[in-house]
Design a protein around this ligand. Sequence first.
Ligand code: NAD
Length: 352
Amino acid sequence: MSRRYLVTGGAGFIGSAVVRHLIAQTPHRVLVVDKLTYAGNLDNLAPVDGDPRFSFLQADIGDAEAMRRAFAAFRPDVVMNLAAESHVDRSIDGPAAFIETNIGGTFVLLQESLRHWRALPEAERAGFRFHHVSTDEVFGSLGAQGLFTESSPYQPTSPYSASKAASDHLVRAWHHTYGLPVLLSNCSNNYGPYHFPEKLIPLMILNALEGAPLPVYGDGANVRDWLHVEDHARALALIAERGRPGESYNVGGRAERSNLEVVTAICALMDELAPDPAIGPRTDLIRFVADRPGHDRRYAIDASHIERELGWRPQESFESGLRQTVAWYLAHRDWWQRIRSGVYRGERLGAG
Ligand code: NAD
């Protein structure tokens, strides 16, 4: 059955993967609501542009009037909230936008969803869902052992993770207080195609291609649990469709790697797929630089709840996904050259 999905932040990295998945793999209609900040890019939606089930609205989720008009015109069955300021380093340099969008914007969207949901006919009200997409960073940092579960305490440490934690609390409160049928998911680090080149993996691929230094924060031993963005998109579509209202779902790839392991793996793939005698072995480009202030040591996800309840499993291993990602960046120079020639040139952010 075709349903109507309002996807905020759909021009970003994960949001656009969700939209491409929904249009290609489901009969649903999709309205993307995106402010098009530096991170929003309509090129990410080129594969679905022109599809009669896809439409786009440039708007700020914090603009209540614009949201009210969008809800009235589109009448969504499902709201998936991925609009956010998402980069930890930027949150250190300028936290205000994180508070405005991640907290204030989520609040406005909850209020407009509640207004819309209350006015729906009974049958439609039962099927409505507000799915808030969040991060494992809300749980803080792990030691050498243990995994984040859905009941791990919230201990955010950066302006970014604190703003996401606040938004998660608002979403749960709108469920408990007003009965809004919400779903929440907390995912580990994503990587894959269309990833803005300020983030670790695409930055390292492009610097390695150009023979530029590969800056590794601190000692490179910080561990992240990596998930391919298309596996995350499949998980989000499944949660929106079959998740239980009020539940939260941790999503992760069981692929813990230290930053240094990730960078070394990229070097090996680049030496194989884009050899350049003038540059030599890419590992020679690795440089250890001053650590990020308050850099969380380790994140790792226990994904058994979504695996058990919804039957989700990642399809990519870290090795297969990273190879596909490196190949994608090598084949899509136009996409990243347009970004690199514009707003962002690969400079260090968030040094404190
Ligand atoms: P992104 O920065 O690539 O995209 C964010 C999108 O939101 C952009 O298109 C931007 O234009 C839009 N946006 C920003 N402020 C807006 C506003 N006020 N109104 C409307 N649109 C606005 O981020 P991403 O990596 O795709 O992350 C999407 C969501 O997933 C975020 O909520 C993030 O916290 C969460 N998340 C990300 C990761 C990750 O590894 N990237 C992991 C777990 C969870």
